[in-house]
Design a protein around this ligand. Sequence first.
Ligand SMILES: *Cc1c(COP(=O)(O)O)cnc(C)c1O
Length: 408
Amino acid sequence: MSQHDRPLPEGLRPETLAVRTALAPSQYGENSEALFLTSAFVQPDAETSARRFAESEDFTYARTSNPTVRSLEARLAAMEGTEGAIATASGMSAILLICMGLLKAGDHVICSRSVFGSTMNLFAKEFGKFGVETTFVSQTDLNEWRAALKPTTKLLFAETPTNPLTEVCDIQALADIAHGAGALLAVDNTYCSPVLQQPAKLGADLIMHSGTKYLDGQGRVMAGALCGPNRLIKDVFGPVMRTAGMVLAPFNAWVVLKGLETLSLRMRGLSEQAMKVAHWLEARPEVARVFYPALPSHPQHELAMRQQGGLGGAVLSFELKADSPEAARAAAFHLIDSTRVLSVATNLGDTKSIITHPATTSHGRLSEAQRQAAGISQGLIRLAVGLEHVDDITDDLLRGISTLKHSK
Ligand SMILES: *Cc1c(COP(=O)(O)O)cnc(C)c1O
């Protein structure tokens, strides 16, 4: 008997789907899903080949589909609770696919002004070039989203929580606004992953992922995905992908497929660690403010806990007390340079904790006025908490905090 004869039962829980959902094993009965490093698939005869090319269902050429990639798509869709998923070469190419599939010259997009920087550039700059207009609005003020609607609005795009200030938007409310205007809502679910947040259940039409972050979760490969109903994934985005070709490489798909098996454990463990670090930081007199959705002091705490399964995720940021922007920056640099365990880098979603100074890296190209409008001060530090022992993380922060020039 093979797995072909034993289809998975209905009603399996998310943790089980994350480990078990995949294409059936090959004739060898491998227990860990195989990595199919092949670009072409041999056809049994010309007639079958003709049908497969016409229907794009079975395997023909790896730009159309590959079994390892297909397993990842099936597993991620099961976890997000959507009919389908399509894997892409990176998170940004998933957003590119949204734009190519849904938008044409004259169309209008509404996007939070707190989304990932490259996302803003892709909408405003790259697709602006083709005559797509984007209005950027407040992450949290629903009235701004409503007021921005136009007859040409096709898409609302949101990311929650945001980087680095962890602002949370109301997915259900945005879905209602989009649908009332005949538009679609796409949500970037990179930060929470489906373990914490399933935007489809709240009415989102499309869920986008940078698989480079928590889905891989070990900082190894670039990957991305779009999840949604088949009328969008199969009928709209599938044909664009087959033509445009920003496919996920099978090796990267395999790495992320394996990453999904531990996603639930990692997201829960990381959220627990981040909560401890957030409490520890909030109790330090040198720290002015901590931004973390699971802290009761967070402005959208209740919404976040409702929307994110009661967990805060792995990313937090904090501000050091200082008398001037110059002093704040010096303090932040001192803290970062005093670490010996944390990685000084600009990424997140790794098992290794990463410490970042947003004002001079991810948000370095903004003017000081733009940065202030976005709430990115010179004293702000982002921490993507990893899986080291939590006391080693706080000890590493303490090295810098306890030796700040003005520390008591
Ligand atoms: C990293 C990231 C992206 C872009 O993903 P890549 O895989 O780097 O292309 C998009 N959105 C968010 C929230 C991200 O963190």
